[in-house]
Ligand binder design. Structure first.
Ligand code: GUN
Length: 281
């Protein structure tokens, strides 16, 4: 079994990006910039944002975090986003989710220009991705996709089963694999026989947030299994895949932690560099 080392793949991607940023600096005499807006003081968001900032600095991006208290008015945030949309030194804008209840998430997402939408959440990017056009792609599914391609460069004709239909993971993951000519099945809480669906899969991507849902006898021998779940349980942090059982049948499997997580942030940096490059065309 191949244990997919997300930390290592992410470090390789950061190294590539670092070189690319250096080349862009020589060519354009400026570097891509990432601006993160963080509202409130929720601990997980604070940690994510600190990691994003650290990684951005590591590859040589210009990085800025704008912090607001959770009492900030929606109007102020939207005005700031519009200002950043027009700021040439900013290549990518990310508003850390979740937001306080009085701020409309969809309004925030749609105010970010699609050209700087490094999360790939803007309806324009969602549409472009599903039409197979150039777009920003949400960081987590992009990270999963890059790890799958490392294991199996030719995905044409493979059967992929996605567990979970979220806008954040399941749906964009489907589009990425469809583009690679996979036959993709999206499953969800109303799927009649999830085990039977999974047993058909050459590739399983589990992104539902149910601890250890995908069991060893749900997985075909030599399948590639990607675990997007991060669930806090009495036994510590576990994924959506029963790791020990599945590791006995799968060809390749991502651990939790150390699989998808590190790739998500590396892909955010990649999206920032890609937005910069498109803006220079
Ligand atoms: N909060 C947790 N994950 C994410 C993400 O991928 N993007 C944003 N903007 N907020 C998040």
């Amino acid at each position: 079994m191949i244990l997919i080392d997300g930390k290592k793949v992410a470090a390789e991607l950061r190294e590539e990006l670092k070189q690319e940023v250096n080349e862009l600096k020589t060519k354009y005499n400026k570097v891509p910039g990432l601006t993160v807006i963080l509202i409130g003081d929720m601990a997980p968001s604070q940690i994510y944002v600190r990691n994003k900032e650290k990684s951005a600095n590591e590859v040589g991006l210009k990085s800025e975090v704008i912090r607001y208290p959770d009492t900030i008015e929606e109007k102020t945030v939207l005005e700031k986003i519009k200002e950043l949309n027009n700021d040439e030194s900013v290549s990518g804008i990310l508003v850390q989710l979740p937001l306080p209840r009085h701020i409309d998430k969809q309004k925030v997402i749609e105010t970010i220009t699609p050209l700087k939408d490094v999360d790939g959440f803007h309806p324009m990017n969602v549409g472009n991705l599903s039409s197979g056009y150039e777009s920003s792609v949400p960081c987590t599914p992009l990270g999963c996709y890059l790890m799958i391609k490392k294991i199996e460069p030719n995905l044409s004709g493979k059967k992929a089963v996605i567990v979970g239909r979220s806008n954040l993971n399941g749906k964009p993951m489907t589009q990425l694999l469809l583009k690679e000519n996979c036959t993709v099945t999206i499953t969800h809480s109303r799927t009649k026989d999830l085990k039977a669906e999974c047993l058909e899969a050459d590739i399983i991507v589990a992104a539902v947030g149910i601890p250890e849902l995908v069991k060893g006898d749900w997985v075909k021998k030599d399948a590639i299994v990607i675990d997007v779940g991060i669930n806090k349980t009495e036994n510590g942090l576990v994924g959506d895949v029963a790791f020990d059982e599945v590791s006995k049948v799968a060809k390749a499997l991502t651990p939790v932690p150390g699989g998808v997580g590190p790739m998500t942030i590396a892909c955010l940096l990649k999206n920032t560099v890609d937005c910069f490059k498109r803006s220079q065309k």
